[in-house]
Every structure is written in C-alpha cells, then in structure tokens.
Design a protein around this ligand. Structure first.
Ligand SMILES: CC(C)(COP(=O)(O)OP(=O)(O)OC[C@H]1O[C@@H](n2cnc3c(N)ncnc32)[C@H](O)[C@@H]1OP(=O)(O)O)[C@@H](O)C(=O)NCCC(=O)NCCS
Length: 371
C-alpha cells in the first residue's frame, strides 16, 4: 500500500498589536512611502510581552488540529521551524508539545531560517510516507521583533511576529505532498545572520555592546540571491512532480518583499494573481509567512481541495527550497480512505517476526536469540 502525506489541517496566530510604517517613522528615519515602494509592507504584528514563539506556535497548532478534527493525543511528531526559538535549547517544539497536550508526540526544532517551514513540511511528509508515523504537526513561528535592532532601519522595517501550522496525515488516496527541493549555500552565511548568543560568540557585555545579538543583513545581496532562486526552485519542484507550471493553481511564496515576488512572477512568466501575497499586513514573518499566507488563501477560497500549490522560499543559511502539494482537506471528510492505524501495522509485523522465529526454531532447534 502506498502512503501519501496529506495536508489536512491549517491554522494561524498573529499578535493583536499592529505597528504601521508611520509608527516606525517615529522610531527610525524612514517613511511609509519608502517602505511601501521598496518592500510592499504597510504594517506588521508585534508580540505582546506575554506572547512568545511557543505561545503563538501552540495557538496555530491547536487551530490546525481543530480543522483536521483530531485530538493532540493523535499527533506522532511536532516540528517547529523558527528563526527566533524560545531558547537555544530545549526545542520550542517540546514546549508546544506540552502546551497542547500532545502526550504521544516526539518534538524537535528545525533551523533553516525563512526556508524552515518548507524543510519541515518535507521532513514530516517523508516520515509519513515511510510509515514511521501517521500524523505530524508542522509549525513556523516567530517573535522576530525581539531580535531586531530597533535603531537599524535596514532591518527593523522588514520583520513581524506570528505563527502558522499545518497538520499532515497519512492517507492511501494519492495527493498531498508530491515533490520538494531543498538547497543551501553556506558560503553566504554572513549575508543574513544573528552572530551572538551561540557557541561561536557567547553573550558577553562586548557582544551586547556591539549589537551582535541582533539580526544583521546585507539587504542588496540577499535581494539579488532571492530573485535568482525563487523562479529556479519553483520550476524544479514542478518538474520533479511531473507537472507543468500550467498545472499549478497557486504559488504561496515566502512573504519577504513584493519586488522579489514580482521578479519571480516575471521569471516564471506567470500572472501576479497566481501568487498569494499578504505581506502588506504582516511583513516578513520568516518561517511563519508561508503558512500564514496559505491559511488566508484557504479562507479566501483561493486554495481548494484538489488544487496544486507550490510553497517556495529563501532565507539565511543561505537556504532556499520549494514544495509542491495537492491541497487536501480534513481526512474526517473521507474516513474510508484512512490508512490502517499504526497499531494494526505493528501487530502484522509482530506476527511476521514470530513466524520467522518459529521457522528458525525448527531449523536450529531453538530460537536463535535464546540463551
Ligand atoms: C532591504 C531592502 C528593502 C533595501 O532596499 P534597496 O532598494 O536594496 O535599498 P538599499 O539598501 O540600496 O538602500 C538605498 C538607500 O535607502 C536607505 N535606506 C535603507 N533603509 C531605509 C529605510 N528603512 N528608510 C529610508 N531609507 C532607507 C539606505 O541607507 C540607502 O541610502 P544611501 O543610498 O544613502 O546609502 C532590500 O534590499 C531587500 O528587501 N532586500 C532583501 C531583504 C530580505 O528579504 N531579507 C529577508 C530574507 S528572508
């Protein structure tokens, strides 16, 4: 039986507080006109003191589970992709696992900067296809407002806070995640980084004095890299799935900059309306930008069951990647197609093991592993 990894639930969580470009112009030397014309961003969300990457991630995860109509106890694996995790360790995913009560789930964080959600989706889908797990929750969550230098107009205008989550479930009906492309070029590591706080530059008064605990970015170089890889990764992932660009109903790109998305559309010779864009309201929410935009696409009827959707992104690392999926819907709506529960598979494997040991016992006179 072939197993497929379907996206069966989705949810987003964003802080209530809105920071507009005009608000930013009170903090650094900039203007609404400059930010809008260079990035397309009008406003972004900023986490309240009591909110954190884990609380936003948990909220998004619970919403996604509700859409999928499954309980936290049914989750086998939680992956949180984040550029602003709660701690170096433990993993934010473990905190989410506890918050949502996913008492049978493994949990880990994945670090691939803004491409993290695509990497994490691909990891979860692979686990499901091999039969290792049945159900995963994949989350992109950020509180980047805590890591930007609010005196650096090159970066503080770009980023925002929020989280988005997908539930992935095994199903024998073809569909779900069809292909993925994951790439990196570590020679560009310094173009976008947060230098201090890790083992290379542990936090000291000196690192704090130099602002090394803030996001640092070479905007122009990142821009050039992004415009180069977005169209390329999209073409690659579509080809890998055995489809053509005409088969793709919607592209949900990483929401970093309208000009980067426009360049990708030009490179692919696709109309702008094939792209889901909501960065004007959230800014760049790193790993969360793709699921937040996807949730809005579903809510607006731009992403429907059966549609082919490409998620494509880029970010620090440097990393970039794309994933093509046939959009599903809650599995509860087609119970006949569910795969057998994992315990039943285990039972079948257990019987096979006992039969083999019985035959080996006949040959060797005893079970081979008996002392
Ligand atoms: C950051 C970015 C918007 C800057 O736009 P740009 O057109 O490349 O602008 P430049 O960096 O060339 O700067 C042009 C001028 O505007 C100034 N400037 C920079 N930020 C400014 C701001 N917020 N307000 C007003 N002026 C600003 C610069 O100082 C520069 O002035 P100078 O020419 O006197 O030195 C753009 O490079 C970008 O989006 N890069 C990709 C970043 C990204 O997506 N990062 C996340 C990846 S996941």
């Amino acid at each position: 039986m072939t197993r497929y990894a379907h996206i069966t639930g989705w949810g987003a969580a964003v802080p209530e507080k809105i920071l507009t470009n005009d608000d930013l112009a009170q903090i650094v030397e900039t203007s609404d006109e400059w930010i809008r014309s260079r990035t397309g961003i009008r406003e972004r969300r900023i986490a309240a003191p009591e909110e954190s990457t884990a609380t936003l991630a948990s909220e998004a995860a619970l919403k996604a589970l509700e859409v999928a109509s499954i309980s936290p106890s049914q989750v086998d694996l939680i992956i949180v992709a984040s550029s602003s995790p709660e701690y170096l360790f433990p993993a934010t995913a473990c905190l989410v696992q506890d918050h949502i009560g996913a008492d049978k789930a493994g949990a880990f964080d994945l670090s691939a900067a803004c491409t993290g959600f695509i990497y994490a989706l691909n990891m979860a889908a692979s686990q499901i296809r091999t039969g290792a797990i049945d159900t995963a929750v994949v989350i992109g969550a950020e509180t980047l407002s805590r890591l930007v230098n609010w005196e650096d107009r090159n970066t503080c205008i770009l980023f925002g806070d929020g989280a988005g989550a997908f539930v992935l479930q095994a199903c024998e009906e073809p569909g779900g995640v069809m292909s993925a492309v994951m790439r990196s070029d570590g020679s560009g590591a310094k173009l976008l980084m947060l230098p201090a706080g890790g083992s290379r530059y542990p936090a000291t008064t000196e690192t704090v004095r130099k602002g090394m605990h803030y996001i640092q970015m070479s905007g122009r170089e990142v821009f050039r890299f992004a415009t180069r890889v977005m169209a390329q990764a999209t073409r690659e992932v579509v080809e890998k799935a055995g489809l053509t660009l005409e088969d793709v109903n919607l592209i949900v790109p990483h929401q970093a900059n309208q000009r980067i998305i426009d360049a990708a559309a030009r490179g692919l010779k696709l109309p702008a309306d094939r792209f889901m864009v909501n960065l004007e309201r959230y800014g760049n929410t790193s790993t969360a930008s793709i699921p937040i935009a996807a949730v809005e696409a579903v809510e607006k009827g731009r992403l429907r069951p059966g549609d082919h959707v490409v998620f494509v992104g880029f970010g620090g690392g440097l990393t970039w990647g794309a994933l093509l999926a046939q959009w599903s819907g809650p599995l509860a709506e087609r119970p006949a197609r569910r795969v057998p529960e994992i315990p039943r598979l285990h039972r079948a494997r257990g019987l096979m093991r006992r039969a083999r040991r019985f035959v080996e016992g006949l040959i060797w006179g005893r079970y081979p592993d008996e002392k």
